[in-house]
Ligand binder design. Structure first.
Ligand code: SF4
Ligand code: SF4
Length: 258
């Protein structure tokens, strides 16, 4: 008997659409993906059938508008497995920076006209409203990670979780540590969030000489307390907060430090 194809839907809430762009960037693999799975909805390409039932829903973006609460609940009702795609969907991401500032002062600067932000609510991760079965992190997510997750699900397996630090990937690639260089006062060093950040990006930033900014968020077993104590010896309190709040400041592990 012919195996039934996995039916997927790709949806977008408040975001810059950068994660969907990553899928579009899978130029060589996209024709194979289109053949291997049944795509019921792909927001950036074409809204095919937003209300269709799917096996897997990939959702990009956070819930930041009142109407998105019901939308994400509806997506959840129509899918068997829900994947939070990228840092906005997983933590609230950059839109959630506004939650950390009284009276949403940034929003008023960007949208001075009240009518432009009538339905805006606190920017929240999907998991505040619905059950999420798997998280792909990153701002944007890594297209190869998306591919791996899709392959696993198409094979009927749950994708693996990587509960360890970016530093591990740095070591695997034999990248000289930027943080160690910084602490020794050597040239080319920098404050790097790798020790507390979820692996999965293959340490792409440190491997290119740029300290990790923590776009994948703090991993479950990370020792954030001890890392912040180290940061406070080298940076002003405001700079520590700014650094930690860029991508996942509203996450449970970081919120008390930002
Ligand atoms: S991720 Fe950053 S702190 Fe960790 S080993 Fe690499 S450069 Fe060093
Ligand atoms: S190194 Fe850090 S900032 Fe760069 S992609 Fe990986 S998690 Fe994101």
């Amino acid at each position: 008997m012919k195996k039934k194809k996995l039916r997927i839907g790709i949806y977008s809430l408040t975001s810059c659409s950068g994660c969907q762009e990553q899928i579009m960037d899978l130029e060589e693999e996209l024709p194979e993906i289109v053949k291997a799975v049944d795509i019921a909805n792909f927001e950036m390409v074409k809204k095919l059938d937003e209300k269709a039932k799917v096996d897997v829903a990939f959702v990009e973006g956070c819930v930041a508008k009142a109407e998105e609460i019901e939308r994400v609940r509806e997506i959840r009702r129509k899918c068997g497995f829900l994947v939070s795609m990228g840092t906005c969907a997983t933590y609230g991401g950059i839109p959630a920076i506004r939650n950390l500032h009284e009276g949403w002062k940034f929003e008023k600067l960007v949208y001075p006209d009240d009518s432009m932000r009538l339905s805006a609510i606190k920017a929240s991760p999907l998991s505040d409203y619905v059950k999420v079965d798997y998280f792909i992190r990153g701002c944007p997510m890594n297209k190869l990670e998306f591919l791996e997750v899709l392959k696993s699900l198409a094979a009927g397996k749950k994708p693996r979780e990587l509960n360890y630090a970016v530093c591990v990937e740095c070591k695997k690639r034999q990248v000289p540590c930027l943080l160690v260089k910084f602490l020794k006062g050597e040239e080319g060093g920098g404050i790097c969030l790798g020790p507390i950040t979820y692996a999965g990006c293959n340490a792409i930033c440190p491997a290119n000489g740029v300290p990790c900014l923590g776009c994948r968020g703090p991993f479950e077993d990370s020792n954030v307390e001890s890392y912040v104590q180290m940061l406070e010896k080298h940076l002003k309190g405001e700079d520590v907060k700014r650094m930690l709040s860029t991508f996942a400041g509203t996450s449970k592990k970081l919120i008390k430090f930002v």
